[in-house]
Design a protein around this ligand. Structure first.
Ligand code: CUA
Length: 188
């Protein structure tokens, strides 16, 4: 084998190795692209794990969000469920009454356009989308009043769309809940 032959052989091996690496890097790019596309399509076509729908035009007629069922209710297990609706430009009830140191489930929806419920000083922040029920867990360790502005622009009255959450002692809440029915602090 001459020096020239040896040189050609080495060059051929180098070229083959380079091609192999080039093929591998293209394969990686293609794989990642396919994964991203598949994941994106899957997300776009699959519903969330849990979606509750509701007819926004019939909220006041029957079902869970009928006016007489809005407000706070003490459940047999000691937790509290709050049901509320948002509409241009108020929340019903406008003042939500809840006990401190209690697991609370907020269930809310919108009667017209998209609104948002945000309770200042807490991590409660959820959108109210017509046609869907928003559910969020909350718990208050301190009694007192919390402001609850609408946090989603919902047309010209948005700035004035405010509610309030009043957190009272657990025992006081239990006392008020004795008569059954739905509690709120509207007019207090
Ligand atoms: Cu309702 Cu902004």
């Amino acid at each position: 084998m001459t020096v020239q032959d040896g040189y050609h052989k080495a060059a051929a091996i180098a070229a083959r190795t380079e091609r192999r690496w080039a093929t591998l890097s293209i394969a990686i790019v293609v794989t990642v692209t396919v994964l991203a596309v598949v994941a994106g399509i899957h997300r776009a076509t699959m519903p969330q794990a849990r979606v509750e729908t509701i007819d926004p035009s019939r909220l006041h007629l029957s079902g869970e969000f009928i006016e007489s069922n809005l407000g706070s209710v003490l459940e047999p297990d000691g937790s509290v469920t709050v049901r509320a609706i948002g509409q241009q430009y108020s929340f019903t009830p406008a003042c939500i009454l809840v006990p401190a140191h209690t697991p609370i489930t907020l269930r809310a929806t919108s009667a017209d356009v998209i609104h948002g419920i945000l309770i200042r000083g807490t991590n409660v922040n959820t959108m109210l989308v017509p046609g869907y029920v928003s559910e969020q867990s909350m718990r208050f360790e301190k009694t007192g009043d919390y402001l609850m502005p609408c946090q989603e622009f919902c047309s010209f009255g948005h700035e004035g769309m405010w509610g309030r959450v009043q957190v009272i002692e657990k025992a006081d809440f239990a006392e008020k809940a004795k008569g059954g029915g739905r509690l709120s602090c509207v007019g207090q």
